[in-house]
Ligand binder design. Structure first.
Ligand SMILES: C[S@@+](CC[C@H](N)C(=O)[O-])C[C@H]1O[C@@H](n2cnc3c(N)ncnc32)[C@H](O)[C@@H]1O
Length: 402
């Protein structure tokens, strides 16, 4: 493809280190946001990371032989291994059998920062495609629950496939819903309501064990909610729930009941992850893919100014609603894979100024992590230069009683 068609220009060789040709529009975006384009030259030298499914620790040598590379333990992040960037795992048996999955170490750090404890009820408000959701399921173990929400049906369906592949869905439920208005609390909050009894007049609407085979009534309900689009337009749609997610035995109207404003403070989630939609500019391997997808796609999907303004609004709304659903004494992690100040510290500062019950929390577990402080103290930034990982911003917020 020639450089004009590709949207490339003289900027292509501006930075000696930049081996990845970057289009003008993206370089302008980086300049406007004070970001150094040379990090994109590291796309081919930053390791790939895999996470080993707990229980597969004895199979390391076998996996190394299969992938034909050394699995280098990430000392600061249990269960993670670095592999050379060119190694593809998708074709491997270990991947297909669910022993490993690809996940950047910085993403693993965002999950650990949440400090999920046994028995916690956890909400992942932007869950798809689901790497963090899977890790959350793993750290949750045999108690508590996990609720995954995403606006995109097909991306959330991919999460469901992952949960099933890795046998992780037992305590998890997935809703296609708008995270800025999602309002369903963990099931312990419904304990004022008895699960639908077999003889209850509402028992016909009782949620039985989840099956991929949908009844005609369910399909009609889903299709009505969908209204012909892939994105959610109205009520949340439950597309998966595990046997111990708390859903089995409830009636639909119990599950989908409206909560009143004060309820989340006492009965909300213990932990909330808001891994918000963003421009993905810190995800250097993702940006590298636009070489193949076409830089015009990057411009349309990422750089459009109106879209960026809307994004800032969306991020603030997601953070605000995630925090609303948190119980007093609970913690929320806000993360993005953008490196811009506006989408990170900017959003967090705006949010804090409007929410007196929100307080930035020190991420104690981060002592020894290869990251630096964000522009606001207690926030963290990972990037290829400092961390040998993809870019990620993490802020942890505590909910005070007011
Ligand atoms: C950065 S990705 C999340 C990645 C995910 N946490 C993971 O680890 O795989 C952001 C997600 O936010 C979703 N999203 C965008 N707008 C949303 C909204 N209003 N409500 C819920 N999810 C939304 C997108 O569909 C996308 O899947």
């Amino acid at each position: 493809m020639d450089s004009v068609e590709n949207g490339l220009s003289s900027h292509e060789t501006v930075e000696q280190d930049v081996t990845l040709p970057l289009p003008d529009a993206f370089l302008d975006f980086l300049e406007e946001n004070g970001l150094d384009p040379s990090i994109y030259s590291m796309a081919n030298s930053t390791p790939r990371y895999i996470r080993l499914k707990p229980g597969c620790e004895d199979e390391l040598t076998e996996i190394e032989a299969e992938l034909k590379c050394e699995l280098k333990k990430v000392v600061w992040l249990p269960g993670f291994f670095a592999i050379p960037p060119h190694i593809q795992i998708a074709g491997s048996k270990s991947y297909q059998l669910g022993k490993i999955y690809g996940m950047d170490a910085a993403s693993g750090a965002a999950v650990l920062a949440l400090n999920v404890l046994s028995g916690d009820h956890v909400l992942d408000l932007c869950a798809a495609p689901g790497a963090k959701l899977c890790m959350l399921c793993d750290v949750l173990g045999d108690s508590g629950s996990l609720t995954g929400v995403d606006f995109s049906r097909h991306r959330l369906a991919a999460c469901r496939t992952m949960l099933q592949k890795y046998s992780l869905g037992n305590r998890c439920r997935l809703f296609v819903a708008d995270g800025t208005s999602f309002s369903i609390l963990p099931v312990r909050a419904s304990f004022g309501i008895n699960p639908c009894g077999a003889n209850s007049e509402r028992s016909t609407d009782r949620l039985l064990e989840w099956t991929s085979k949908r009844t005609w009534k369910d399909r009609r309900r889903a299709s009505k909610a969908r209204n012909g689009t892939d994105l959610v337009t109205s009520d949340p749609e439950l597309i998966f729930y595990g046997r111990h997610s708390g859903v089995v035995g409830l009636c639909r109207n119990q599950l989908f009941r409206r909560v009143d404003d004060n309820e989340p403070s006492t009965s909300g989630y213990d932990k909330v992850l808001v891994d918000a939609e963003c421009t993905h500019d810190g995800s250097i391997k993702h940006i590298q893919k636009y070489e193949f997808w076409g830089w015009k796609t990057l411009q349309r999907r990422v750089l459009d100014a109106e879209r960026t303004d809307n994004l800032l609004n969306l991020q603030l709304q997601l953070l605000t609603n995630g925090f609303r659903l948190l119980r007093v004494g609970g913690s929320l992690v806000y993360s993005t894979c953008s490196l811009t100040v506006a989408q990170n510290e900017g959003v967090v500062e705006q949010f804090l100024s409007r929410n007196p019950s929100a307080e930035l929390q020190q991420i104690d577990i981060a002592d020894g992590w290869p990251c630096r402080s964000g522009r606001i103290p207690k926030t963290l930034r990972f990037d290829p230069t400092t961390s040998q990982t993809s870019g990620l911003f993490i802020a942890k917020i505590f909910k005070l009683a007011t």
